[in-house]
Design a protein around this ligand. Structure first.
Ligand code: AHM
Ligand code: MG
Length: 325
């Protein structure tokens, strides 16, 4: 029988390679895995939950069925608060960050998008959770806004969980990228994609219906993609689109437009963690001019245009944008 390596086992084995090998970061990663297993279970019931929700029925605990993205947010917050290794969180679903009163001494903060692409839930298309872990820079007491407003380059770990045809965890601690597939029969994430490297290939992914609103350089780049018969794929779910880009190669883009000069996607909990994963797999991520992980962050929900994927394609796009801003 093929040897199974669970994510817990893998984290323990790799702990000695981490810059801060005290076990706290490992504990935190394991708590995120636990939260995502619970979210995966709820996502798998989404169709049923919708029926129950429509019928106005309460669940076994007497609570009305909640929208899945709010539920995912609560699950992650609860698991991280219980972990004791995290002093606060910032979430796409919450205006402000939350400082955990019971964990003032913990060293880490976590930013996350609990259920990215949630508009796809209704049609059973893949969605995902994205997370970024930072070491706090405040010394003690409750965590502060500044603990979250760090460059992406300061991330100590980041990754995502894709709720697709199977549930997959992909993460990095800055020592390469590894992927784990959830085996539902044993409830464990098992190593399925060791040391992922992004290939060069001819795939591109962008909401092409917004073509007319894109900067000139991006339009010319897309014209070249069409001219060269490149393969076009777009689900409208960043985790699914970036995951496909990671495994098969290519480029994922969410450009700026006249109505949104910073694009749509958020730097803290969408672009920075994806950039960390893709760079660690040998790819690149920019906003067209600068590396995503070096962008200055001033607000929790700050947006940025993003071009991410195989190095060669991201460089080609950046050259086009330099010539035709
Ligand atoms: P969300 O965080 O509200 O779910 O929005 C983010 C999602 C991404 O997953 C995806 O890449 C993008 O929105 C798609 O946007 P659009 O419909 O404009 O193409
Ligand atoms: Mg999102």
């Amino acid at each position: 029988m093929k040897q199974l390596i669970t994510v817990d086992e893998f984290i323990i084995r790799k702990q000695q390679d981490l810059p801060y090998a005290t076990g706290e970061l490992s504990g935190l990663l394991r708590d995120i895995c636990l939260a995502c297993k619970i979210i995966s279970r709820e996502v798998n019931k989404a169709g049923l939950a919708d029926i129950i929700g429509l019928a106005g029925v309460e669940n076994a605990s007497g609570e009305t069925v909640q929208k899945l993205d709010i539920l995912a947010d609560e699950i992650l917050q609860a698991c991280l608060q219980n972990s004791g290794e995290c002093c606060g969180i910032a979430s796409e679903e919450q205006e402000s960050f939350v400082a955990f009163e019971n964990c003032k001494k913990a060293k880490y903060v976590v930013a996350f998008d609990p259920l990215d692409g949630s508009s796809n839930i209704d049609v059973n298309v893949s969605i995902g959770t994205i997370f970024a872990i930072y070491r706090r820079n405040s010394l003690d007491g409750p965590c502060t806004l500044e603990d979250f407003l760090q460059d992406g380059a300061e991330q100590v770990a980041a990754g995502y969980v894709l709720y697709g045809s199977s549930t997959m965890l992909v993460y990095t601690t800055g020592q390469g990228v590894n992927g784990f597939t959830l085996d539902p029969s044993i409830g464990e994430f098992c190593l399925s994609h060791p040391d992922i490297k992004i290939p060069e290939s001819k795939n591109y992914s962008v909401n092409q219906s917004r073509y007319k609103t894109f900067p000139e350089g991006v339009r010319r780049f897309i014209d070249d993609c069409v001219e060269e018969d490149m393969r076009f794929r777009y689900t409208g779910s960043m985790v699914a689109d970036v995951h496909r880009t990671l495994i098969k190669g290519g480029i994922f883009m969410y450009p700026s437009s006249p109505s949104s000069s910073s694009g749509k996607l958020r730097l803290l909990y969408e672009c920075n963690p994806m950039a960390f994963v893709i760079e660690q797999a040998g790819g690149a991520a920019t906003n067209g001019q600068e590396r995503i992980m070096e962008l200055e962050i001033q607000q929790l929900h700050q947006r940025t245009p993003v071009y991410i994927g195989s190095k060669g394609l991201v460089e080609r796009l950046s050259e086009k944008m330099e010539l035709l801003p």
